[in-house]
Structures are given as C-alpha cells and as structure tokens.
Design a protein around this ligand. Structure first.
Ligand code: ADP
Length: 298
C-alpha cells in the first residue's frame, strides 16, 4: 500500500511534467509559424520560418509557408516596380506640360505662339492618354475583365489591312514594307484585338529598322496553327534584353525612351496572343534584325 501511495502520484506527476515538455518541444515549430505569421506584413516579407532538418509534416508545412511568403514577396516587388514605372512614365509628359505652360505665361505672346504651345501640350496629353488606355487594358486583362468578341477572321485580310495602314509609317522612315507568302487561313478570334497585336509588331519592325531597311510579313498554316512572321533587318535585340522585352515598360534602349513608345506594346500583344490560346516567339541578332512569330490556333 505504501509503495502504491508513493509510486502512483509520483509517476502521475513525472508523466505530466515529461508530457508537458515533450508536447511543448513537438509543437515548437507550430509556435514558430504562428510568430512568423504575426510578424509578416507587406514591408517585411524577408521573414522565414527556420525549421532546419525536420522531414515530418511540420517541416513540410514550414516549407510550404516559406514558399508562399516568397511568392508574395515577388508579387509585392512587381507591384512596387510597376507603380514606380507608371509614375516615371506619366511624370515626363507632365513636367513638359508644366514647363511649357510656365514659360508661356511669363509674358504676353502672339496668337501663333499660343497655338504652338497648345499643339505641343496636346501631344503630351495624347501620350498620357495612350499610356492610361494601355494600362487600363492590361489591368482588365489581369483581372480577366475583358471579353473577346469572337468571329471568323481571315488572316490574309488582316495582314494585308495592317500592312496597308503601316505603309505610310514605313514610307516616312524610308523602310520597305514587304508582304511575303500569304496563305489564307481562317480562324476564330477577336479581329480588332488581333489587328492591334499585329500593328504593334509591324510598327516595332519599322521603328527599330534603319532608313533603307526592310520589314517583311508573311502568314501560313503550320499544323493546327496559323503563323505570322514579321521579320526586320533593324537594330536587333541583345541576349540579355530579349528575356524582358515582353515585360511592362521594358525598353532595351533606355536612353531612347521618348522616341520609342510606352514600352507596353509587346505586353499587350502577348496578352492578346495568349487570350487566343496562342503565343509570340522572337529570335534576334543584334545589328542584324529580329523575327517575331505569332502563333494562333486555327
Ligand atoms: P515600345 O513602345 O518601346 O516599342 P514594346 O513593348 O513594343 O515597347 O517593345 C519593348 C522593347 O522591345 C522596345 O523598347 C525595344 O527595345 C524592343 N523591341 C521590340 N521590337 C523590336 C524590334 N523589332 N527590333 C528591335 N527591338 C525591338
């Protein structure tokens, strides 16, 4: 009886104490995860849960949690960079508008001077308006808020139409715009959007060609796909830049910012191709030229 009176409470106490410490040790990673989650905010995404060496469920939970924080960090960084780019982009035309208006207001001027000023201001306003329209389109594309107006499209008509419109731009730059092989393929798509995509790419071909250069466009059927090749013999794109040219606001030659467009053209084109379940590929050699291939399912 005496042995039992002593040993039972003792073993109960020992079990409670040992159980408490074991449970505490086993649940330590859960507490670590909780503390990390409390600390995380948009400005502190470097926080990681450190459970080195654990190969059990908690270890995997921590790994998943760390991967999620990594993805959130990437998204926040991209949003930040995007806001910086948008501000820079809109700041330049606004600075020009402000500067020109201030200079004009310094003294009384001729009617002609005011007309010139308004014309120049209108150019900057158009520029900002284009950037905002493009941004709106891309934001709507991100939230899948755009419906494609699907109808039957003749690829040959589309290419001929775009080349006709671009002929004036090419002539102005003394670039030869050539229509090559032209197989007629019919596909289902949003004609206006496809037109915009092709206009962007042909316009780039002309814009980044030297005077006397050549841009050729051809369309053909390739298995289940219709393909449009836009080839130019212009300045080409370097290997480092080619990875980024479809990113928003990316321009290979930052110093020629104002001569090139808003840097959104290729992002929009790629979105249009992908919305049609197709894609755009590019191959290029610096100083020799580039070839953009648009691939659309028939
Ligand atoms: P941008 O309005 O500046 O032309 P895009 O999104 O259309 O913007 O193109 C992004 C960048 O890709 C351009 O600034 C340019 O550096 C590069 N690029 C696009 N097309 C060509 C091309 N045909 N030849 C050389 N560089 C090109």
């Amino acid at each position: 009886l005496l042995i039992m009176i002593i040993s039972i409470p003792t073993s109960v106490c020992v079990t409670i104490v040992v159980g408490y410490f074991m449970a505490k040790k086993a649940l330590k990673p859960v507490d670590q995860i909780r503390r990390a989650a409390v600390k995380i905010s948009s400005s502190n995404l470097d926080e990681k849960i450190d459970i080195t060496g654990r190969r059990d469920e908690l270890g995997r939970l921590a790994e998943t949690f760390n991967a999620m924080i990594g993805r959130l960090k990437d998204s926040f960084q991209r949003i930040n960079q995007f806001s910086i780019d948008v501000s820079h982009e809109l700041k330049t035309p606004l600075t020009i508008l402000k500067g020109e208006t201030e200079v004009a207001l310094r003294k009384e001027r001729e009617k002609r001077d005011y007309q010139m000023l308004l014309m120049s201001n209108l150019e900057e306003i158009d520029r900002m308006s284009c950037i905002i329209d493009d941004l709106l389109l891309l934001s709507k594309a991100d939230t899948k808020d755009i419906k494609l107006n699907i109808e039957e499209v003749s690829l040959r008509d589309l290419v001929m139409d775009v080349c006709m419109d671009m002929k004036v731009v090419a002539d102005r730059k003394d670039v030869e715009l050539q229509v090559g092989e032209m197989e007629d393929v019919r596909l289902k798509g949003d004609e206006l959007k496809l037109r915009r995509m092709l206009l962007n790419i042909v316009e780039n071909g002309i814009k980044y060609s030297h005077a006397g250069g050549k841009v050729s466009v051809s369309s053909y059927k390739n298995g289940e796909y219709a393909k449009i090749d836009v080839r130019d013999d212009g300045i080409g794109i370097s290997e480092e830049d080619i990875k980024y040219i479809f990113d928003r606001f990316y321009r290979a030659d930052r110093s020629r910012k104002r001569e090139s467009g808003s840097g959104l053209g290729l992002s929009i084109s790629r979105w249009i191709a992908e919305a049609h379940k197709g894609n755009i590929e590019v191959t290029s050699q610096p100083a020799q030229g580039s070839m953009f291939t648009i691939k659309l399912p028939i």
